[in-house]
Write a protein that binds this ligand. Structure first.
Ligand code: GLC
Ligand code: CA
Length: 550
């Protein structure tokens, strides 16, 4: 399949296999311990062989890195730590030369407090940038309302120079832009055009549900230990936000570019509002609904219900982004599988699920070799602002240091951000220097080099699955039907269309489960065990089959 700009067909984005790169942790080319653009270029062959059609880079723009690049200080410049604009041109061309699209992160809910716009805006209540951010007068000498930031603490920060508070739904170093300002709209739209002219193929659009904040009333949600309430729902998905997204996507459409929005899904119809064709907004959505780590609330039964519900909502009009991991979540094999006894089987089973559902699959770096959560010995080893805040909040709530560490580690975004494990050698083949974040100690056994050499590895399984998906339009575009298996842990669903019928069978548990195949003649296309499907069988822990009706 060819997806470069000249060769795009309608709905080209539905056939993509997207790989998310977290640039700081992917590949370091110069030994400073931080991944960079030349490092990414050196791994394009690897990605091409895996069958990747598009790479999405988490932000690489100039940033003081309070939130690892999601705090942008200059939208037009590459942070020198990652390389130069010439490196990015080379990455663009080398990727395009391999038929791989380049997708950038677009962060426009907020900028860094180091952005020139903010440095000017904070100086006075008049001037070109004075309305670029959300400034409010104190209320009774305190914050304008009781909103908490997503990262803990108040969402407001006082600024002496203006005698006003500014809003930050994330860190205080990430002031929210004021989208009511004509200047903001013009500046951001022009910036988007510059990147499209540069030749990027699309954007993953960050935290985009909150552009229109509504009327700034106090939240009635429960207050946290510091006396603030997190209420992302109140400011999500408002008409003003949808109007701006339409304006952004109209520009993207001129370039036939792709956009996946990271959006807040409160109810099923929100999916349609963001992704159905007539809305002319996103091509697909990455749901972001805090707390995104479903510890304690997740179960295979819930996952099944969610898949079916979102499928039914959009099957006639809309599309899905399929992913289990990203840079904000723990590793998928640790969260949804079993990262000890059944690491290999459960990683393969999760891969089978993602590659056989309708929707565009996203692979997060390292998932293809079954990388696991990291368990650092102390809070000092964690870099992520959200992890540190969770630790602080737990202590404020009276938890012991040990308990606070356990809580923070379980949700930590650093689980996904540890450096990519390329080789069994000091630095894991990621760096020859000191890595910016400590490498997971299991790189000795879990790494790309040994996975490439093993035909039974998780990596080989991904490669085979991707190949099958590319060959079978039924798996990409066909319809889907879930079967009632009478067992929450057994997933059985059919994919139908293009003259074929496939059956996917997964045991989402670490115990054997019985299942009877529907009548007919079934041939095994691929499985993570070494046996073929029998008519009535006991599925082994995390066993997974893709069968085809003959
Ligand atoms: C998104 C990003 C996350 C970031 C936040 C603020 O959710 O994925 O990493 O912290 O937005 O930009
Ligand atoms: Ca580097």
């Amino acid at each position: 399949m060819e997806h470069t700009r000249e060769k795009r067909s309608k709905d080209w984005f539905k056939d993509l296999e997207i790989y998310q790169i977290y640039p700081k942790s992917f590949m370091d080319s110069n030994g400073d311990g931080i991944g960079d653009l030349p490092g990414i270029i050196s791994k394009l062959d690897y990605l091409e062989k895996l069958g990747i059609d598009a790479i999405w880079l988490s932000p690489i723009y100039v940033s003081p890195c309070y939130d690892n690049g999601y705090d942008i200080a200059d939208y037009d410049r590459i942070d020198p730590v990652f390389g130069t604009i010439e490196d990015l041109e080379r990455l663009r061309d080398e990727a395009h030369g391999r038929g791989i699209c380049l997708i950038m992160d677009l962060v426009v809910n907020h900028t860094s407090s180091f952005h020139e716009w903010f440095r000017e805006s904070r100086k006075s209540r008049t001037g070109q940038y004075s309305d670029y951010y959300i400034w409010k007068d104190p209320k009774d000498g305190k914050e304008p309302n009781n909103w908490a930031s997503c990262f803990g603490g108040s969402a407001w920060e006082y600024c002496e120079e203006r005698g006003q508070y500014y809003l930050h739904m994330f860190a205080k170093e990430q002031p929210d832009l004021n989208w009511k300002s004509e200047g903001v709209r013009k500046s951001i739209f022009a910036m988007i055009r510059r990147w499209l002219d540069f030749g990027v193929d699309g954007f993953r659009v960050d935290a985009i549900s909150y552009l229109d904040k509504g009327d700034f009333c106090d939240s009635t949600n429960t207050l946290n230990a510091e006396g603030y309430a997190l209420d992302m729902d109140a400011i999500s998905n408002r008409p003003g936000t949808h109007a701006i997204i339409k304006d952004i996507c109209r520009i993207l459409d001129e370039y036939d570019a792709f956009a996946v929005g990271e959006v807040n899904i409160k109810k099923l119809s929100d999916y349609r509002d963001y992704c159905s064709e007539d809305r002319k907004e996103f091509k697909m959505a990455i749901p972001f609904v805090p707390p995104i780590v479903e510890i304690g609330t997740w179960s295979p039964a819930k996952m099944k219900r969610d898949i079916v519900a979102s499928y039914e909502t959009m099957k006639d009009d809309g599309w899905w982004a399929r992913f289990l991991s990203n840079h904000d979540k723990p590793r998928q094999v640790s969260l949804y599988g079993n990262d000890t006894t059944y690491r290999i089987d459960s990683a393969k089973m999760l891969a089978m699920l993602m590659q056989t559902l309708p929707g565009t699959p996203f692979i997060f770096q390292g998932e293809e070799i079954g990388m696991t959560d990291v368990h650092y010995p102390s809070i000092g080893c964690y870099n992520d602002i959200d992890t540190r805040n969770a630790y602080r909040t737990a202590l404020l709530e009276g938890k012991s240091e040990e308990e606070a560490l356990r809580i923070a580690a379980a949700i930590s975004r650093d689980n996904a951000r540890t450096p990519m494990q390329w080789k069994n050698e000091e630095g894991a083949g990621f760096t020859t220097g000191k890595p910016w974040l400590e490498i997971n100690g299991n790189y000795r056994t879990i790494n790309v080099e040994s996975s490439l050499a093993d035909d039974e590895s998780i990596l080989s399984f991904y490669r085979k699955l991707i190949e099958i998906r590319k060959k079978e339009p039924c798996l990409r575009r066909g319809s889907m039907e879930f079967h009632n298996t009478g067992d929450d842990c057994i997933f059985a669903f059919s994919r139908m269309g293009y003259g074929k019928e496939f059956l996917v069978l997964l045991n989402f548990s670490d115990s054997p489960r019985r299942y009877s195949l529907p009548a007919g003649n079934w041939m095994s296309v691929i499985s993570n065990g070494k046996r073929s499907a029998q008519e009535s069988m006991v599925l082994k822990p995390y066993e997974a089959f893709l069968l085809e009706r003959r």
